[in-house]
Write a protein that binds this ligand. Structure first.
Ligand code: ATP
Ligand code: MG
Length: 270
């Protein structure tokens, strides 16, 4: 197996599975994510329309941030793209697969291979070491144990945690935990990385490190879809999708914007 993070985008695009057929040699212009007319309602003491006829198309190799007030539907959108949930109306296609039509197990497998997911709260397995956490999703991909652990060490090296292989989550700092979570998401060579408030639980400096890491991952050819409350975080992306009350209000091009180096994470000051 090749080591993804060090491979150039064009090699990666053909190195690992069907989804890479979506990535052109130039790395962009073919949609890898197509959200088409999606409505998502929750029934809980009345009906909440979390997303209301939303359409969004993401090119392979693009970097997009989703911003909006609390409760506007950002996580709902990410969860649908990540196959954690299904739409009530409309379709969500990711790397050639219609997630609405896919079975639960097919969506789970896709999440283990084509789609990497990073959460605000890291969601690591507390009893497993860093290496074991990162190796976990590779079980879906049919790697043997030795290959899985080798691959996990390589990805941990790539995110700067080569000296923390055998630490459990509670023996790591918040920023290190998030880097383990990013390594876990990257281990199966996904073509798309989804990150919901990845800097929400870390300090400003660590937030800047994590955003630097995401930018590197993007430069290596991955498609990134990131949710953030912070404009300064969102400006690391090429475009910002502004969401309000379950609707896309505006898609703003920020590809020419240089993000402030003091990345806002909600905890200001240093
Ligand atoms: N599982 C659920 N059951 C019922 N309602 C839900 C559920 N998940 C989300 N909602 C509702 O859907 C709406 C959108 O929620 P969502 O989590 O997508 O918001 P968000 O933009 O991510 O907010 P935040 O910035 O606070 O994370 C909210 O009104 C929320 O209360
Ligand atoms: Mg949310």
């Amino acid at each position: 197996m090749t080591s993804v993070p060090n491979d150039p985008p064009t090699e990666r695009s053909v190195s690992a599975g069907e989804s890479r057929s979506q990535t052109t040699s130039e790395g962009a212009s073919t949609p890898i994510v197509s959200v088409d007319g999606v409505t998502k309602r929750y029934q809980l003491g009345g009906t909440v329309t979390a997303l209301d006829d939303v359409s969004l198309s993401l090119d392979a190799g693009s970097y997009t941030a989703v911003m909006g007030p609390s409760g506007s539907g950002k996580s709902t959108l990410l969860n649908l793209v990540g196959g954690l949930d299904t739409a009530d109306e409309g379709s969500v296609r990711v790397a050639d697969d219609d997630l609405g039509a896919a079975s639960e197990s097919r969506r789970a497998a896709k999440r283990g291979t084509d789609i990497g997911f990073v959460f605000q709260t890291f969601n690591l397995m507390p009893r497993l070491t860093a290496v074991e956490n990162v190796a976990l999703p590779l079980v879906f991909d049919g790697w043997d144990r030795t290959e899985r652990l080798d691959r996990a060490r390589t990805v941990l090296d790539d995110v700067g945690l080569g000296s923390r292989y055998d630490h459990k989550p509670n023996e790591l700092s918040g920023g290190q935990r998030q880097r383990v979570a990013i390594a876990r998401a990257l281990a199966p060579e996904p073509s798309i990385l989804l990150a919901d408030e990845p800097t929400g639980n870390v300090d400003t400096e660590t937030g800047a490190e994590i955003m630097g890491l995401l930018s590197e991952i993007h430069e290596r050819g991955n498609t990134i879809l990131l949710v953030s409350h912070s404009r300064r975080i969102a400006e690391h992306a090429e475009q910002i999708v502004h969401v309000r009350d379950g609707l896309i209000e505006e898609i703003e091009d920020v590809s020419e914007t240089t993000p402030d180096s003091d990345v806002g994470t909600g905890r200001r000051g240093r």
